[in-house]
Design a protein around this ligand. Sequence first.
Ligand SMILES: Cc1cc2ncn([C@H]3O[C@H](COP(=O)(O)O)[C@@H](O)[C@H]3O)c2cc1C
Ligand SMILES: O=C(O)c1cccnc1
Length: 336
Amino acid sequence: MRFDSFDAIRSAATNLPGGDAAAAEAAAARQDTLTKPPGSLGRLEALAIWAARWQGQPVPRIERAQILVFAGSHGVARRGVSAFPPEVTAQMVANFAAGGAAINQLARSAGAELVVVPLEVERATEDFTQAPAMSEAEFAGAVSAGFDALDPRADILCIGEMGIANTTAAAALSAALFGGTGADWVGRGTGVDEEGLARKAAVVDAGLARHADALADPLRAAAALGGRELAAMLGATLAARRAGVPVLLDGFVATAAVAPLARLAEGGLAHAQAGHVSAETAHRTLLAELRLDPILDLGMRLGEGSGAAVALAVVKAALACHGGMASFADAGVATG
Ligand SMILES: Cc1cc2ncn([C@H]3O[C@H](COP(=O)(O)O)[C@@H](O)[C@H]3O)c2cc1C
Ligand SMILES: O=C(O)c1cccnc1
């Protein structure tokens, strides 16, 4: 899909398919026939029913899982908002290709295909304290790249990112969408000290002031304050909704990136689960705003899709029970 404007993205992000209610109902009914006390698999039961709705089948399966990691460079990285230098983004893209990053191991462990999509990492976005991070055309191009990266045959999609300074972009976008100041939304990211944290908050406040006229429109806010990898995560998540592919979100950055979809349409993120809540402090606040209940809470604060990849193992476990268990009738087990 080639988007060329905010309006084109907005129209794709409204009028979304609502999922297969009959498949979800059949999955819920099936759960109650399985050889266990009703409800005893807790969240695993809800995950199976959720997957049934969005895959459109009463017995959902995960044979093909895709992890998409988008990489981008941020102009605002020059402002001293990360504990690491901006070159790390391109260096980590090379590390992904060589198989040496955490996400390479987690993808293999979860039985998922990892696809890394660098988005002009050699060319940073504009510093958002000075200008919009991206023009409308650039933003639409990055959303399109994300949309096209989805394998529509995937049974589930995990999204993640790499981009030094992107917790600052995510904080700014979250403040634009849900209110508050920089101090409410910034965290340590890669590990900035107290001074770095204060700098991050000031940079976010400067961005919010600079782009005050764009903040009421979720897509304009995402172009002004976000980044290419954030825009691409939004595009991939939108493509997944339209292709019947359920989504596992990663941490604070991934959640902030797709949050505009929830602002554009009621239930715009209904096909997505929060894979985990990261240790980036504002992630909890953001998930509460979006009414997303994270599957895992492991104190992770990496990004790269790592939390989503670990949560994939949980969703696979849920579907293994849902699809493989015998019913009371078939197993000859007495009901309560
Ligand atoms: C070696 C290394 C590997 C990473 N993998 C993910 N991130 C994570 O850290 C960055 C965001 O934190 P901040 O806003 O503080 O820069 C992103 O690139 C994110 O994916 C990494 C960061 C580093 C240094
Ligand atoms: O939660 C995240 O997305 C995150 C946290 C720290 C560093 N990078 C990403």
